[in-house]
Write a protein that binds this ligand. Structure first.
Ligand SMILES: NC(=O)c1ccc[n+]([C@@H]2O[C@H](COP(=O)([O-])OP(=O)(O)OC[C@H]3O[C@@H](n4cnc5c(N)ncnc54)[C@H](OP(=O)(O)O)[C@@H]3O)[C@@H](O)[C@H]2O)c1
Length: 256
């Protein structure tokens, strides 16, 4: 089954949030390479290379997704003007490293505003402007960090877990009446992960991540999870009994 397939991509339009860097920008490049028209949303277009900004198939939408009042108006306008959007990739997200010891409410609010609530806002506007059916693709960017509670992942992990649950809820309502995709990458080398001081296993480039996502987004299946075997190791944590899971996290993460 191929939905919104890469055939006749010349007149196809994809809407990508978090388009100014990392995975979102790499997705913009990949979609442009595949012949699509791309509407990319973020706050800062100065991060985007001129060749992309100048590409007639690329349109940049400047919006702060955590400012719900203004982004609601701006995204609504974009959807009204672009009735031919057929793929929505809700990718924007922030990562604030944290733990029980150093978290604060402001960071929690910032994380959930951008990573979770802005997704609900986009979905509301998608529903308002498009009569969703199997020709549409809705992809939500979560993370393998959302599979199970992890040490020092006090805000980011829970926000990504919420998105896994949300994507599952949408899929379980829509089934094949909408191409719903849950995207769960492992570590990707982007400005967001630059802050990590630890060695990130199976770290991959945003370009490779975008290629994998594009190669799977119109194929059968609900979840796009990578890289193997990191995704499987993380997923294994989901099925372990808590006693064993916490033993492993204690062993692996207690020594800093
Ligand atoms: N890198 C990884 O290892 C990894 C792994 C799994 C999942 N992910 C997820 O992949 C997504 C992209 O992350 P990334 O690693 O590519 O990070 P990134 O390079 O920091 O990209 C984040 C993107 O989101 C945009 N953004 C952030 N806050 C925004 C806001 N309030 N309004 C509008 N746009 C906003 C940023 O643009 P502006 O700053 O210009 O607004 C940027 O384009 C995130 O959802 C992240 O959780 C990343």
């Amino acid at each position: 089954m191929q939905k919104n397939s890469s055939k006749n991509t010349q007149d196809r339009v994809v809407f990508i949030t978090g388009a100014s860097s990392g995975i979102g920008y790499a997705l913009c490049e990949e979609y442009l390479r595949q012949g699509w028209n791309v509407i990319g949303l973020a706050r800062d277009d100065t991060k985007i290379p001129n060749e992309t900004i100048d590409n007639p198939k690329f349109e940049f939408v400047k919006t702060d997704l955590s400012n719900f009042d203004s982004s609601k108006l701006i995204i609504d306008e974009v959807f009204k003007k672009n009735a031919n959007i057929s793929t929505f990739i809700l990718n924007a997200g922030i990562y604030i490293p944290d733990s029980l010891n150093d978290f604060n409410f402001e960071n929690a609010k910032a994380t959930f505003d951008t990573n979770v609530l802005s997704i609900y806002l986009s979905i509301e506007l998608i529903k308002k402007n498009f009569e969703l059916n199997s020709n549409y693709t809705l992809a939500i960017m979560s993370s393998t960090a959302g599979y199970k509670g992890l040490p020092k992942s006090f805000l980011y992990g829970p926000s990504k877990a919420a998105l896994i649950n949300l994507a599952e809820a949408i899929k379980s309502e829509m089934h094949d009446n909408l191409n719903v995709k849950l995207i769960c990458p492992g570590f990707v080398e982007t400005p967001a992960t630059k802050v990590n001081s630890f060695k990130m296993p199976y770290l991959m480039s945003p370009k490779d991540a975008a290629r994998i996502i594009y190669s799977k987004i119109y194929k059968k299946g609900f979840e796009i999870s990578f890289p193997f075997p990191f995704n499987s190791i993380m997923k294994f944590g989901k099925v372990l009994p808590y006693k064993l899971y916490f033993k492993i996290t204690e062993k692996k993460f207690s020594k800093k």
